[in-house]
Structures are given as structure tokens and as C-alpha cells.
Design a protein around this ligand. Structure first.
Ligand code: DX5
Length: 220
């Protein structure tokens, strides 16, 4: 089985110490950082823009993925890549022209991601999988960290795993929301191989490295 990828969501980080928090995440052994970009319109919360991401780009070697929880991602697509994000994830629900948007992300030289909110069927990406590098199945309703994992998403995770493997596609299957030591095993058994965690990394027993190791062990 593939080694699990542990992605740290910076949403619960101490924003007054963002740089040192990223250094701590790198030292703790996370594989990637997810920037939860929120516009206060697509989700009822507002976080950070490309300048904040760019300010930290030179501090760590970790890969950055921008999770765009925004109502209209097209106008600012280049900004996330310029800020240092190697993966740009858009929400299917926010892209009336998803095929074109994914093509534009590829033209910018980044890898593409599509996120699906809990109510959104897998069918929303069925006809653009040739343009998708990462599929993000939300296991909470986006907007805030610290919410409860939705086990009802496991059927969608399993269906996504079946679709990806069935067609022999090289697409990362990521889950995000409420991923912790007591939920990551079920998400992994359902077929996820990339796990985005916020609260479970920034809070809990032991050191940050302990918590990364606990999640990694729970996913295998
Ligand atoms: C939801 C956010 C959260 C965050 C992780 O909009 O995307 O899922 O990444 O938060 P936790 O791991 O605390 O649920």
C-alpha cells in the first residue's frame, strides 16, 4: 500500500507566529502544507491571501497547496502559483467552467486539485479527471477547523478510490476535516492516501512530531 501523505492545514496555526509554526511543521515531519484560503463568501470565514503565503515561501522547503474556498477562483489563479503553491485546489461548486479552470491551472505550471463539499456527488468531476492531479473529499462542511469528521463521506471516498483505480489514473485522493487519530484509519480503509489535518496536529498529546507520527501510523 502507498505510504500516507500527511498535509498540515495552517488554519489552526498561531497567525501571530506563522513563520515559526511552518518551521515547526517542517521539523515535525509533515509532507506538505495546506493554505485554507477563505473569502467570506463561498464559506462564512475569511483567512489569508497570496501575500501571506508568499511571505513564508522562503522559510521552508515543504510543498504548498492552496485550498481555494472562494466564490470565483479564476481571476486570482496566477497569484497562488506566484506565491509558491505547487498545487491549486478549486471547489467544483465554485467553478461553472471547471474544465477551463483546471486547464488554466495547468497552463500556469501547477498541479490541479478539485475539492468536493459533503453534498456534492463524485459525478461532478467524472468528465474532467484527465485534468485532475488531486481529488479532495471534504469530510466536514468547509469554513472552520475543529469540526467533527463526517463518516458518511466514506462511501464517497471509496467510490472515488474505485473510480481512480478502475481507470488507472494517477490522482491523489485527499481527505480534509476532522482527520485525527480516531478517524484517520477509517478514511484510509475507505481509500484515502493523503490526509489533511489541522487541529489534530496543532493540539493534542505529546509534541508536534509525535502527533504527525501518530497520524501516519493510524493511516497505515
Ligand atoms: C475546513 C478546513 C479544515 C482544516 C482542517 O474548511 O479546510 O478542514 O483544513 O481542520 P481540522 O483538521 O481541524 O478539521
Amino acid at each position: 500500500p502507498p505510504q500516507p501523505t500527511i498535509v498540515a492545514s495552517v488554519l489552526p496555526a498561531d497567525f501571530a507566529e506563522l513563520g515559526s509554526q511552518l518551521l515547526e511543521l517542517e521539523k515535525a515531519g509533515v509532507d506538505r502544507v495546506q493554505w485554507d484560503v477563505m473569502d467570506g463568501c463561498f464559506v462564512p470565514n475569511l483567512t489569508f491571501g497570496p501575500d501571506v503565503i508568499a511571505a513564508t515561501r522562503g522559510l521552508v522547503d515543504l510543498g504548498f497547496e492552496a485550498h481555494l474556498m472562494v466564490a470565483d477562483p479564476d481571476p486570482m489563479l496566477p497569484r497562488w502559483v506566484e506565491a509558491g503553491c505547487g498545487i491549486v485546489i478549486v471547489h467544483a461548486e465554485a467553478c461553472p467552467h471547471l474544465h477551463r479552470t483546471l486547464g488554466r491551472i495547468k497552463e500556469l505550471g501547477a498541479r490541479t486539485g478539485v475539492a468536493l463539499n459533503p453534498a456534492t456527488p463524485l459525478a461532478a468531476v467524472e468528465h474532467v479527471l484527465d485534468l485532475v492531479d488531486l481529488l479532495l473529499v471534504m469530510t466536514v462542511n468547509p469554513g472552520f477547523g475543529g469540526q467533527r469528521y463526517l463518516a458518511s463521506m466514506e462511501s464517497k471516498i471509496a467510490a472515488a478510490r474505485g473510480l481512480i483505480d478502475g481507470r488507472g489514473l494517477d490522482i491523489e485522493l485527499e481527505v480534509d476535516g476532522g482527520i485525527a487519530r480516531d478517524t484517520i484509519g477509517a478514511a484510509a480503509r475507505a481509500g484515502a492516501t493523503v490526509f489533511c489535518a489541522g487541529s489534530a496536529l496543532f493540539t493534542g498529546p505529546g509534541t508536534m512530531a509525535d502527533r504527525v507520527a501518530t497520524l501516519r501510523a493510524g493511516a497505515t
